[in-house]
Design a protein around this ligand. Structure first.
Ligand code: ADP
Ligand code: MG
Length: 584
């Protein structure tokens, strides 16, 4: 079918009832591309229609050097989405009711992430979009539809999916930038580092709601000589910056001197960023997890006994559950859950921590004895977490010098400039003993794995088997249940929540079998995504999924108020006897 044919078809629909648009479903091969109309909206006000466009590489002609590695391919796809989104802004929107004339692609953040909205292979380049099929009232606006699908869309594709039309240098820089960040991140573990912040990086953002770089008056990052490290870039050049070593690191300094800004850049460093972001070469161990206090959250069956014990009324904390956690309990649970899900680094800011979880000073120890206080403060556990479980911590702590005793590295920020003050902090700790009793015991304690009860996840709503809703980076609606993710701070795009919601249903369907641990089940889910792509999460092809980590998927599950934990995997492991029978 030619463009003309589609135009005739749309003109013929003009004035008909909106339902007649359903006849468009299916694939239309137009001049340079194929238009797949996968879903046709029921009326002009409903969720928009979903379409895919595919251009054969024979026409698109992207050089394979732009997508011959995973970070480069993801960066190329990311670039195409951004390019398409930019071009949409230049197109006038057709008039009509409701969403008439809308053309929309998932909107990327500052991070370069895998997204189902774009897909490139040796054969094809594909974009997935939402379009609002035009109407006046409930009557099809056929001429407007023809302009949308036969003029505007081909024009947008022309400006986005044909290599020759793109800024080759910018595209190359985009792919190189992502690859370099990945390359730097991969060197961290060999160098016993948990994060690297390149000299010259711009960390502050425009505002709390605008993640673009602060342009005016931003002080570029400059590493202190004693912690300066050089890492290699893919082209062999070296880049210098601050290397934060494994172990326990404190970030100290006066209020407003840039501590939280540095930590937030480190949080974001689990992702690659676009050129011009300022954090292109700020990289963090991929398993670094921000944790914070979050009173009111639910906790299900978590062994928080390393931190909290001897609750009033003799309540056990080995499989602790609550629908309304306190600040300290929520922070304890979030730490244990993160480690259970594979976190190698914890990122904690005093601004968002529970004071009684972080510190308990000598005077308070005297007034309220250990026997009366269920909480063992983090200061007494943070070292054991590293020595016993290999989990490092980076902690912003301007308010308590008690942490000097347990820190390997102390970095002070002064007017946004970092200095290493480890020696001074140690000298102060020696000269001015705080005489605290360490309350942490001999070891950190076990991190217990949990098994999710197979029917924990119920995404049903009325007659609909699966009903998932997400609009922001704050909340997932799973059937009748809401999951509040506003405290899971490393989620940066709504599409990550959409994918996580689908992944929860997928995990339930395939991997929560009542025996496998939560962690093992989530690893399987992430493994499937790595092999088959985000599309494996859903029967219908979604253009809205964005990549996420097992850590955030675990965080979402852990906040599901209907979650049921069915003991630990050990309770379920076949006994030696059973195994013998199986083999026989
Ligand atoms: P702290 O946590 O030490 O109190 P913040 O990180 O919240 O400080 O930073 C305070 C303010 O300084 C913020 O508005 C932030 O955007 C700004 N800021 C942080 N780092 C820089 C920098 N390198 N250059 C300019 N402004 C910065
Ligand atoms: Mg702060």
């Amino acid at each position: 079918m030619s463009v003309n044919h589609l135009r005739d078809l749309l003109h013929a629909l003009d004035g008909q009832s909106y339902k007649a648009y359903k006849s468009l479903r299916g694939s239309h091969s137009l001049a340079d591309f194929t238009l797949h109309i996968d879903y046709v909206q029921g009326d002009p006000f409903a969720a928009p229609s979903r379409v895919r466009v595919e251009v054969p590489q024979a026409i698109a002609q992207f050089p394979s050097s732009l997508y011959d590695s995973s970070p480069r391919r993801i960066a190329l796809e990311d670039y195409l989405i951004r390019q398409f989104d930019r071009q949409i802004q230049t197109v006038g929107r057709a008039t009509g009711s409701g969403k008439s004339g809308l053309i929309e692609i998932v909107r990327p953040s500052q991070a370069i992430l895998p997204r189902s909205a774009a897909h490139i292979s040796e054969q094809m380049v594909e974009l997935r979009l939402a379009v609002g099929l035009p109407a006046f009232g409930r009557r099809i606006a056929g001429r407007q539809a023809a302009i949308l699908l036969c003029e505007q869309l081909p024009e947008l594709i022309d400006q986005t999916l044909f290599y020759a039309q793109l800024d080759a240098a910018a595209l190359q820089a985009h792919c190189d930038c992502a690859e370099a960040a990945d390359y730097l991140r991969h060197q961290l573990r060999d160098r016993c580092l948990v994060a690297f912040i390149a000299d010259g990086a711009v960390l502050p953002r425009q505002s709390g709601v605008d993640d673009r770089p602060l342009r005016q008056d931003a002080v570029p990052f400059q590493s202190p000589p004693s912690l300066q490290t050089s890492l290699r870039l893919p082209d062999g050049a070296m880049v210098t910056g601050l290397g934060i070593p494994q172990g326990v690191t404190l970030i100290v300094g006066g209020g407003y001197h840039g501590k939280s800004t540095l930590l937030r850049a480190i949080e974001a460093g689990v992702y690659n960023h676009i050129p011009g972001d300022g954090r292109e070469r700020v990289v963090t161990d991929a398993a670094a997890m921000k944790v914070r206090a979050e009173d009111g959250r639910s906790v299900v069956g978590v062994n928080i006994s390393p931190f909290i014990n001897h609750l009033p009324q003799g309540r056990s904390t080995v499989q602790f559950s609550t629908q309304d956690a306190s600040g300290s309990t929520s922070q304890a649970a979030s730490i244990i859950e993160a480690v259970e899900a594979g976190a190698a680094v914890l990122l904690i800011d005093e601004d968002t921590s529970a004071t009684n979880f972080m510190i308990r000073d000598r005077r308070m120890q005297e007034l309220i004895t250990k026997a009366q206080e269920p909480i063992t403060p983090f200061v007494d556990k943070v070292r054991q977490l590293y020595t016993d479980h290999g989990v490092s911590t980076i902690l912003v702590m301007g308010g308590s010098g008690d942490y000097f005793d347990v820190a390997d590295t102390v970095i002070a920020l002064d007017n946004y400039r970092p200095e290493e003050v480890t020696a001074q902090a140690r000298a102060i700790a020696r000269a001015d003993q705080n005489n605290r009793q360490a309350e942490g015991g001999a070891t950190f304690g076990d991190i217990s794995l949990r098994v999710v009860a197979p029917d924990s996840i119920d995404a049903r709503k009325g007659k609909r088997a699966v009903n998932l809703k997400t609009r922001t980076t704050d909340e997932i609606r799973l059937g009748l249940h809401e999951i509040d993710l506003s405290a899971v701070e490393q989620l940066v795009e709504p599409g990550q929540l959409k994918a996580i919601a689908a992944a929860m249903v997928y995990a339930q369907q395939y991997y929560f079998d009542g025996q496998r641990s939560l962690t093992a089940a989530l690893d399987r889910v992430l493994g499937d995504i790595a092999t088959h792509g985000l599309d494996c999460l859903s029967d219908r092809l979604s253009g809205e999924f964005v990549g996420f980590r097992a850590l955030e998927l675990a965080a979402a599950l852990n906040r599901l108020r209907t979650l049921v934990i069915d003991g630990s995997p050990n309770d379920h492991a076949p006994t030696a006897e059973h195994r013998g029978e199986d083999e026989a």
